[in-house]
Design a protein around this ligand. Structure first.
Ligand SMILES: [Cu+2]
Length: 318
């Protein structure tokens, strides 16, 4: 009977304090171990590619810090109360009903925090939504209004000039088209998977999808922009230094969704110009070759020959 009572009795105060101290130590070590991961953009958005990605990251960190302070405050008071006012033998707790000052205090406190966060968010939103001008030594660009398929809803830099690139989401690749000065949309430079852009230049993206909903997302270059069939969406970025930025379709779009990656390669304006000129020449040459072949084929047809039969593999037994 005596041993049973001893076993049921609360553990000595010293042991409980030791357990508490050890748990606290483990928590601190855990937080310190994870903080290295946190600094590597594990907990916060990626940034460093385009200015608005930096603004999104800063805004996220401000809100995270405020939330962490509120969390530590609330959990601290909770833990303090759990320990200080825990059950004691023969003690009758004080019966409390309401505390007007405290209740007004935490209501006002929460309201003030929300107002401050709203003001900070709206102050930073302008830099996130609206693109800046290209640098003076950036790639020379047209006014967006004069570009093929220009949209009145597209956010523009103050001087209205940007390199317009059309992003077309299709299962399971991205196609990038670079509208040019003429009205023929069939001779435009295009590429798949990798978008080449000039540095120091504002790049305005017109985003569309041709089959199902996709989502354009290169984390270091800013937020996501949905690619929706029958709808135009817009985003932008401006990369200061040459570099490679990777992303991923962020909308489950089918069984090969995971393969729908995207890459942006930022080149110095002169190197970008070389890429554009080379690509344009390649597209022109293959267009001309295709045109020539079509002409030859129709000529052969007119003469009663089958233009393709020689190229086709013969069926078995023929
Ligand atoms: Cu997709």
């Amino acid at each position: 009977m005596n041993t049973m009572r001893a076993a049921l009795a609360p553990a000595p105060l010293r042991t409980r304090r030791r357990v508490f101290a050890l748990s606290l130590l483990a928590a601190i070590v855990g937080i310190l171990a994870l903080s290295g991961v946190a600094s590597a953009d594990f907990w916060t958005p990626e940034s460093g590619g385009s200015p608005q990605a930096g603004s999104i990251d800063t805004l996220y960190k401000i809100i995270l810090a405020v939330a962490a302070l509120v969390f530590i405050g609330v959990e601290g008071v909770l833990l303090y109360s759990l320990i200080k006012f825990r059950t004691k033998p023969d003690a009758v707790p004080v019966q409390i009903r309401g505390n007007t000052r405290l209740e007004i205090g935490w209501t006002l406190g929460a309201a003030v925090i929300l107002v401050v966060l709203a003001v900070v968010t709206f102050a930073m939103l302008d830099d996130i939504r609206n693109p800046p001008n290209s640098d003076a030594d950036g790639f020379p660009t047209d006014r967006i209004a004069n570009v093929q398929n220009a949209s009145a809803y597209q956010p523009r830099p103050p001087n209205g000039r940007a390199l317009n690139v059309e992003v077309n989401g299709q299962r399971y690749a991205w196609r990038f088209t670079y509208p040019d000065g003429d009205t023929n949309t069939l001779n435009n430079v295009f590429s798949y998977e990798t978008m080449y852009v000039p540095t120091k230049t504002t790049v305005a993206l017109t985003i569309r999808a041709q089959d199902v909903a996709h989502s354009w997302w290169i984390p270091a270059l800013g937020g996501k922009a949905d690619a929706i069939p029958g709808h135009l969406n817009f985003t932008w970025f401006k990369v200061p230094q040459p570099g490679v930025f990777r992303g991923q379709c962020a909308e489950l779009c089918g069984r090969n969704h995971a393969d729908m990656t995207a890459k942006v390669v930022a080149l110095e304006p002169a190197a970008f110009k070389r890429w554009l000129v080379t690509k344009k020449a390649e597209i022109k040459a293959s267009d001309e070759a295709a045109g020539k072949r079509r002409a030859e084929e129709s000529e052969q047809l007119e003469q009663g020959e089958s233009p393709v039969s020689e190229d086709l593999p013969k069926a078995e037994g023929e």
